[in-house]
Write a protein that binds this ligand. Structure first.
Ligand code: NAD
Ligand code: TYD
Length: 357
């Protein structure tokens, strides 16, 4: 039967990729897309589905109880997928309160509204409904680069370090509590670092592509040897789709692709591929500038995706070598998008964080 999805944060990076992926994959779904359109949300990400009647966009705050309850009244929602969040670690270090507010209180409000709409008088829930919290591997804390055979697993204790990961961990615990206390049908996915189209250029990969192309400095934090486990965004979207339809209720699923790379490797790869794609020989490693390390900078993230592979048959499909070239080509072909999202508030932020260049 046709399913109705309530997607939050669907004008952001992963949310918009998810909405586009799902509408492409399924003919008969409806997506109600709620996004506050903060600096990170862009309706341009959804321009290709502007006239698609299966998609309804609503500008609203996930902390707004009335606005979210009204959507449950208007639509018979089967799946809630909560992407909406403040998502950048550097910003969380400057303004932790914003992260507590959106990521924790916003999630609690989403849970309350979902429960109010779905819970029957006897405390049961209709078959097939599900609330999925899109979380991050950062809730597990940090691994050592000297022990490359250690990984985050679903039973790794939660041990967040940044205000961002603390807020995401808190949200996860509320989701778990609503499952344990009210029997709410929930899942949590914890994914590693994503890359691909529509990522806001404050994050490592689009920031480096944008700067390299404009011959701006490439700020590498600390010694550049921090490791992230990179996953092409479409592979994350596929995992979420699988967990929604086949994931066991109440379970956490880690999502990642054994694709760990030190930051400096990523930056050098971007220099090489951007120079190749543009034919611009001025894009060289001379642009790299080692800058002060991020406070509390997690050294390494690494996911063991054994559970989602064994239970749901999920595996990453895009090799990093292909994904990074596809991603660079996409940003180079979408300069208007980049100009649009990097005007105004972004420039102010960038100059404050990194100094005017
Ligand atoms: P993003 O910052 O690109 O997008 C977040 C979206 O949420 C934006 O469209 C923004 O307008 C919206 N939003 C923010 N506050 C809101 C509010 N109060 N009400 C409604 N909408 C609001 O983030 P992203 O990278 O797409 O991440 C999406 C989710 O995935 C987040 O929950 C993040 O923690 C999680 N995640 C991200 C990554 C990653 O690598 N980017 C990895 C794992 C998990
Ligand atoms: P980021 O994209 O912010 O993701 P996260 O911190 O959530 O993993 O950063 C990825 C890595 O790149 C992280 O180790 C910090 C580093 N980094 C830089 O070295 N320079 C930069 O300008 C940025 C934004 C990040």
């Amino acid at each position: 039967m046709a399913k109705t999805y309530l997607v939050t944060g669907g004008a952001g990076f992963i949310g918009s990729n998810f909405v586009l992926y799902m509408l492409h994959k399924y003919d008969d779904i409806k997506i109600v897309n709620v996004d506050l359109l903060t600096y990170a949300g862009n309706l341009e990400n959804l321009a290709s589905i502007e006239s698609d009647e299966r998609h309804v966009f609503v500008q609203a705050d996930i902390r707004d109880a009335q606005a979210i309850a009204a959507l449950f009244e208007k639509y018979d929602i089967d799946y809630v997928v909560n992407f909406a969040a403040e998502s950048h670690v550097d910003r969380s270090i400057v303004d932790p309160g914003a992260f507590a507010s959106t990521n924790v209180m916003g999630t609690v409000n989403m849970l309350n509204c979902t429960r109010a709409a779905w819970e029957r008088e006897d405390g049961s829930y209709p078959e097939g409904k599900k609330y999925l919290q899109v979380s991050t591997d950062e809730v597990y804390g940090s691994l050592s680069i000297d022990e490359p055979d250690t990984f985050f697993r679903e039973d790794t204790p939660i041990n967040p370090h940044s205000p961002y990961s603390a807020s995401k961990a808190s949200a996860d615990l509320f989701v778990k509590a609503y499952g344990d206390t009210y029997g709410m049908p929930v899942n949590i996915t914890r994914c590693s670092n994503n890359y691909g189209p529509f990522q806001f250029p404050e994050k490592l990969i689009p920031l480096m592509i944008n700067n390299a192309e404009a011959h701006r400095e490439l700020p590498v934090y600390g010694d550049g040897l921090n490791v992230r486990d990179w996953l092409y965004v479409e592979d994350h979207c596929k995992a979420i789709d699988l967990v929604l339809s086949n994931g066991r209720v109440g379970e956490v699923y880690n999502v990642g692709g054994h694709n760990e790379r030190p930051n400096i490797f990523i930056v050098k790869k971007i220099i090489e591929e951007t120079s190749r794609a543009t034919g611009d020989e001025a894009i060289t490693e001379d642009l790299i500038k080692y800058v002060q390390d991020r406070k509390g900078h997690d050294r390494r993230y690494g996911i063991a995706p054994d559970k989602i592979k064994a239970e749901l048959g999920w595996e990453p499909e895009t090799r990093f070598e292909d994904g990074i070239v596809k991603t660079i080509d996409w940003y180079l072909a979408h300069k208007e998008w980049m100009e649009h999202v990097t005007s105004g508030a972004y420039l102010e932020y960038y100059n404050k964080m990194y100094g005017v260049r």
